[in-house]
Design a protein around this ligand. Structure first.
Ligand code: HEC
Ligand code: HEC
Length: 197
């Protein structure tokens, strides 16, 4: 937590007047890039935002703001700076328009990958796991109701593919229920497949 606050404060030498005039790309550089990268394709551990669904970015921002989603204090300083600007809408559109990281070559265990691909496309209806593509899109590009998964850091996806007892917004409950239907092997297979998108 201290680590994130420290990084956040480093980016904060910004005057409110300058912020009010800033373009989204500038806002990103001033408030987000230290963790998410100048084009939303940062090196991690913070998630990539490039190509992410704009509605999802705005929704998660509100969840962080209302402390419905935990972030270890990572967004406190950026929130304070953006408060009166209404800038999150512009930033969300900006990140959504950035080219996402390209698809990655499939490596690793082919059987695991095939199992993950099958679960993504078909789910496992016997235990109540719906097909992922129905919300996250054929290629993990996301949709109005669900975030982009393609191009995301594998370690971040692994962390988000766990049933969590941390604070969650209502919007997270559907995905939490889906995660409860899956075995550790299912999740391993899905992560192997998602790493190729
Ligand atoms: C100090 C580092 C830091 C800064 C600065 C920062 N973030 Fe984040 N952000 C994070 C971390 C870490 C997470 C992951 C939180 C978690 O799940 O634990 C995150 C997650 C997010 C998410 C959720 C993404 C997803 O896939 O679920 C959004 C949206 C987001 N940040 C937007 C922003 C925007 C917009 C800015 C600039 C106005 C910003 N962040 C500035 C560290 C930062
Ligand atoms: C009914 C729609 C739906 C289905 C089906 C679905 N998801 Fe999701 N998923 C969501 C929503 C909505 C969210 C955003 C949750 C939130 O607001 O925190 C999400 C979030 C996620 C995240 C976190 C992404 C991030 O950037 O933080 C991952 C990873 C994920 N889903 C993987 C999967 C996988 C793998 C499957 C298939 C087993 C799947 N989802 C099926 C709706 C769905």
């Amino acid at each position: 937590m201290k680590f994130w606050i420290g990084i956040a404060l480093m980016g904060m030498g910004v005057l409110a007047g300058a912020l009010a005039r800033a373009e989204p790309a500038q806002l990103d550089r001033q408030l987000c890039a230290s963790c998410h990268g100048a084009d939303g394709n940062g090196p991690g551990p913070a998630p990539r935002l490039a190509g992410q669904q704009a509605g999802y970015i705005e929704q998660q921002w509100q969840a962080f703001r209302l402390h419905q989603r935990a972030d270890g204090g990572a967004h406190g300083a950026a929130m304070a700076a953006l408060k009166s600007e209404g800038g999150i809408k512009a930033l969300a559109a900006y990140f959504a328009a950035q080219p996402p990281a390209p698809a990655r070559p499939a490596g690793g265990d082919p059987a695991l990958l095939a199992a993950g691909r099958k679960l993504y496309a078909e789910g496992n209806l016997a235990v109540g796991t719906p097909p992922c593509f129905s919300c996250h899109g054929d290629r993990g590009e996301g949709g109005s109701a669900a975030p982009r998964l393609a191009g995301q850091h594998a370690a971040y996806l692994a962390r988000r593919m766990r049933v969590s007892d941390a604070p969650q917004p209502d919007s997270a409950m559907e995905m939490q229920e889906i995660l409860k239907t899956m075995s550790a092997d299912d999740i391993k297979a899905l992560l192997a497949y998602l790493a190729t998108l």
